[in-house]
Design a protein around this ligand. Structure first.
Ligand code: SF4
Length: 1019
């Protein structure tokens, strides 16, 4: 591929291999420029591609950069000739993987996630009394973690805080800080004992290591000819020191970034790194690095860019304005509605009008500053039949299907979670009334021990009340029936989810609660929306790994809560499916993406730009903020002593960052930008006072070319904003919705009586009220029933693992040990997701994004990867009779095997059972256990009431081109399979978990714990 560089790009290319800072404004073709620079170095300066090292911020960006380079340099398709691209953390991890033992870190140490780190801090925190810290406040743990992160960002240890503490003994904030540091010392010790490190450790330990052993840095430096740093504005001081330790002092370093898109300063990024790059990375003759800029924006039209430049000016008054590369006609529209619903309606109508004129839904996006603003838009767009893709975790949790799935996970994990249970019981599946729940609650109260220290200290849960519902008086027959239905499903799920992975658990809940059937029954657009959201959530569950044993439901729920509370925690930009749907995403996740049409809602004062949650980061007031004198950078060196002045200083810094977030939001739009707000927000109860337009709204509104689509009157405060759980058609009696009606009934019961009489419903209403009264206040007492006991269960995956190495099974299922994140499994699950969608008849092949789903665990040259192999196989032409079919099959010894068959192709009485593998052919005999289990399942389990007359079982390997391995499963084959499965499960029951080393030890997550495996690998 060859393109003609612009004058700005050519000026950079002409500099050759030397140190350069490239200020690349939004939409100026940063990735293309980096790829051009690299190909120029290879083509004209004799630097081999494999001697070029690239670093960027996320795995996705690293992959995109490598892909872009391959477009310009086809020779880099050869793995031996590839440019080496890492994330910043990934590079530090590689240093430790190579030289870690010199710093006391094993080369196979695991890296723990922030969630696991938080759990570990919690464990050590409660061991010791901390008189200065509030041990009852959950946020204390987060604050300790934040202090730990900041220490890491500035290459410090908690002991550095303790050393400085003696001069601050009278200062309460300092004493809190000391106790936090003591907790962090214990946390570091706990990590050391577990043989793990966290993200901050990767950089701090590798930097110390290289400083203590300069020849190591020299050895690394000699491997490369040039270093290219992407998104350099988001690096923290520790990362900068790591890079200068190896590559400072004249090595050619090219840094690309945009200080006006630094939106992660609050989590450690230091814009000072980018500002001072020219001094930190001098050229080989000792002069400051070259300074260049890209200002020609190819994405947005001039109208949008003028506004973006104005927004940017608020954060950086000296920034060079962006220029539009062409005028392809832009439109900026503002709207100010009465309330959030009116605003969402307006956006929906704008998008509908564009779609009617031929704009695809996928060229439209709604960008949110906060997760809390998602639900209204999700609800209103749903009612407008607009297909949606919610592309960040926090927003996804507000989608009804996902919210319900999360509630089920929560109840299975913790039967005491009454809020989640009530959500399920009040939802469309069971439709219980408040009166029914009140009956159960009163029974619970009557049953609960009066004295907290009585002999039966276990609290009785609502689930136990449901178990006993047949014997509780006061429940209507219909409610009893529904509670029994719920309980049956709950019991089954409790048993069936034993031993399943997180994603399998989610899938089983979807199956057992008939969520898929509900989704399939929806009209086409809501169906697509629901499927996309559910698949995104399943991908998340597949992808997510705590590195502490198996991914537990509890840790996953904890992670979801974190994501819900802090949208900016999702660092990586969103990965979109490419489906024909409007994207809903937070601004932080939208960085790096673009759409023809972008709407930014809820632009009201205090929301966008937003106020900091928990106050400005003042180290004088807050113990978890690192004192100025400890920092490696000088960005807050001028922090005033006077409290008011300090507040003003921090406020200004905070809002500069918020303006940068606004700049990122505005520059996502190519052609149309819709900016809106409203007076009344808050679900279901609106805020007490109306909002007003924010300064961001005013900037957009006051631009000379902006179209004002309306500005509503403030009007009276609505009683209630229609919530997502209210149906499309208002109830003729309660036009403001049931929540307003409930409030009215509580405040003035007579008004409801009068309303009923007015509509001729007086008698019926009186009858219902007295019936409910009776149920609420006349209850019988009933003894709780026994809880179900779990039958021995094993998943097919577990059984295959056991067949290969019982010890590996033991460490993954019986006594779980930390394990590595499995990228191959993630890729495999993506391919499976696409196959599943295709088999359900949803996705035409030509809509697939090439490259995105083609990754396989063992990539093969030239075939484009696994999905392409599927696409060209006979299976793509066939329609499966069953897709992702779940089963549970019981063996003679009482063990139940659970699993899910990828596809069953039915041809009359003949069935072909197929398992798709994303990797290359592998004839390891233990894999056959999977087909054995499937063959027994299709013989024993009535799938939709039918059974096959003859069966073939097939592995379809998609990596390196399609390879099929198929076996006829006749009666004798199935009998042998059954015996083998019984033998394996008997062996599990007898507790046989010896090591069984083999080639698979190379890829075993537990190799670091397994001496037998290590010997195998060494040989
Ligand atoms: S390293 Fe090898 S022998 Fe050890 S548990 Fe893993 S697979 Fe089994």
């Amino acid at each position: 591929m060859s393109i003609v560089p612009t004058a700005e790009q050519q000026a950079i290319l002409d500099l050759g291999p030397t140190s350069i800072r490239v200020r690349a404004g939004a939409g100026t073709g940063k990735t293309t420029t980096v790829a051009l620079v690299i190909s120029n170095l290879v083509a004209h300066h004799g630097i081999a591609p494999e001697r070029i090292l690239g670093m960027t911020f996320t795995n996705k960006a690293a992959a995109e950069l490598a892909e872009k380079v391959a477009e310009f340099l086809p020779e880099t398709v050869d793995p031996a000739r590839q440019v080496e691209v890492h994330t910043y953390h990934g590079f530090a991890a590689q240093v430790l993987a190579e030289y870690g033992p010199l710093a006391g870190v094993g080369t196979r140490s695991g890296v723990i996630t922030p969630t696991f780190g938080r759990q570990l801090i919690r464990d050590v925190f409660y061991h010791t009394p901390r008189p200065h810290l509030d041990m009852t406040y959950q946020g204390t743990l987060d604050r300790i973690r934040k202090l730990g992160d900041q220490l890491g960002d500035h290459l410090l240890r908690p002991e550095d805080i303790l050393r400085a503490s003696s001069i601050h003994r009278e200062d309460d904030v300092w004493m809190q800080r000391v106790e936090m540091a003591e907790t962090l010392v214990a946390y570091n010790e706990a990590k050391r004992q577990l043989g793990v490190v966290d993200y901050a450790d990767l950089v701090t330990i590798s930097t110390r290591l290289l400083r203590d052993h300069p020849p190591l840095g020299q050895a690394i430096r000699e491997r490369y000819g040039v270093l290219v740093l992407d998104e350099y504005q988001d690096t923290n001081p520790a990362q900068r020191v790591l890079i200068t330790t190896i590559f400072g002092d004249g090595f050619p370093v090219i840094a690309v970034g945009d200080e006006d898109q630094t939106i992660y300063e609050w989590r450690g990024a230091s814009a000072q790194n980018f500002e001072e790059f020219t001094g930190h990375f001098p050229t080989s003759d000792g002069r400051p690095a070259h300074d260049t800029s890209l200002t020609l924006n190819r994405r947005s039209g001039p109208g949008i860019l003028e506004i973006a430049n104005e927004i940017r000016h608020r954060a950086n008054p000296t920034a060079e304005p962006l220029e539009a590369a062409g005028d392809h006609g832009t439109e900026v529209v503002t709207y100010w509605g009465h309330d959030a619903l009116a605003e969402a309606e307006w956006i929906a109508r704008q998008f509908e009008a564009l779609h009617e004129q031929g704009t695809p839904w996928s060229e439209m996006a709604v960008l949110f500053r906060k997760n809390k603003d998602f639900p209204v838009v999700v609800d209103v767009f749903g009612r407008h039949d607009i297909p949606l893709e919610v592309a960040n975790v926090g927003g996804l949790l507000s989608v009804p299907e996902i919210s319900l799935l999360r509630a089920w996970l929560s109840v299975l994990q913790n039967p005491e979670d009454s809020t989640a249970l009530a959500q399920i019981l009040f939802g469309s599946g069971y439709r219980l009334g408040i009166a029914d729940l009140a009956v159960l609650t009163r029974w619970l109260i009557a049953k609960s021990p009066e004295e907290p220290d009585s002999e039966d200290p276990e609290p009785i849960t609502l689930v136990e009340a449901i178990e006993a519902s047949d014997e509780i008086g006061g429940l209507s027959p219909e409610a009893r029936k529904r509670l029994n239905r719920f309980h049956e499903i709950y019991r089954h799920l409790l048993v069936e989810t034993q031993g399943l992975s997180l994603a399998e658990t989610c899938r089983l809940i979807l199956d057992r609660t008939r969520a898929w059937q509900d989704i399939e029954a929806l009209p086409p657009n809501p169906r697509l929306t629901a499927r996309l959201n559910v698949y995104r959530f399943l991908d998340l569950a597949d992808d997510w790994s705590p590195l502490s044993g198996r991914p537990s439901v509890a840790a996953f729920l904890d992670y979801l809560t974190t994501m819900e509370e802090e949208p900016a925690e999702e660092l990586d930009s969103a990965r979109l499916s490419g489906e024909e749907a409007v994207t809903l995403v937070t601004v932080h996740r939208a960085k790096g993406l673009e759409w023809e049409n972008v709407a930014i809602p809820a632009v009201f004062d205090g929301n966008f730009p937003s106020m900091p949650a928990g106050g400005y980061p003042d180290p004088v007031r807050f113990a978890h903020q690192l004192p100025v004198e400890f920092r490696l950078d000088t960005t807050v060196a001028d922090l005033p002593d006077d409290e008011n002045a300090r507040r003003a200083f921090l406020r200004e810094r905070h809002f500069a960052q918020e303006w940068r977030v606004a700049y990122v939001a505005a520059t996502r739009a190519k052609r149309r930008l819709f900016v809106s707000g409203a007076y009344w927000y808050g679900l279901p109860e609106p805020r007490v006072t109306p909002t007003k337009p924010s300064p961001l709204f005013e900037i957009v509104e006051s631009h000379r070319d902006t179209i004002d689509a309306g500005h509503a009157e403030v009007g009276p405060r609505p009683d209630v904003l229609r919530s997502p759980d209210r149906g499309a058609d208002p109830d003729p009696l309660f036009t403001d919705g049931w929540q307003a009606a409930l409030r009215m009934a509580m405040e003035n019961p007579q008004e409801v009586d009068d309303l009923a009489i007015q509509h001729g419903l007086g008698d019926e209403y009186s009858r219902l009220v007295s019936e409910w009264d009776e149920r609420l206040f006349a209850l019988d007492e009933v003894a709780p029933m026994d809880r179900p006991t779990a039958a021995p269960t094993v998943s097919v995956t577990g059984l295959v693992t056991y067949a290969q190495c019982p010890k590996r099974f033991y460490w993954s299922e019986v006594d779980p040990l930390p394990r590595r994140h499995n990228l191959a499994a993630t890729r495999g699950s993506e391919i499976h997701r696409r196959i599943e969608l295709h088999q359900k008849g949803t996705i035409p092949f030509d809509e697939l994004e090439p490259g995105l789903y083609d990754a396989v665990d063992e990539p093969a040259e030239g075939d484009g990867g696994g999905y392409k192999a599927y696409e060209s196989s006979r299976f793509a032409e066939l329609r499966a009779g069953y897709v992702e079919a779940p089963f549970g099959v019981e063996l003679e010894n009482g063990f139940t095997i659970r699993g899910r068959i990828d596809a069953i192709y039915v041809d009359g009485g003949h069935w072909e059972v197929v398992d798709f593998k994303s990797g290359r052919r592998n004839d390891d005999p233990s894999r056959l256990v999977q087909l054995e289990a499937y063959a027994v399942a299709v013989n024993d389990v009535p799938f939709s009431g039918s059974r096959p007359e003859s069966v073939d079982v097939t592995f379809a390997y998609l990596g390196g081109g399609l390879a099929e391995v198929s076996t006829p499963a006749d009666d004798s084959w199935v009998q042998a399979a059954r015996s083998h499965l019984t033998e394996l499960t008997d062996s599990i029951r007898q507790g046989r978990f010896d090591e069984s080393p083999g080639p698979w030890c190379h890829h075993c997550d537990f190799l670091q714990f397994c001496v037998v495996g290590q010997n195998e690998v060494a040989e």
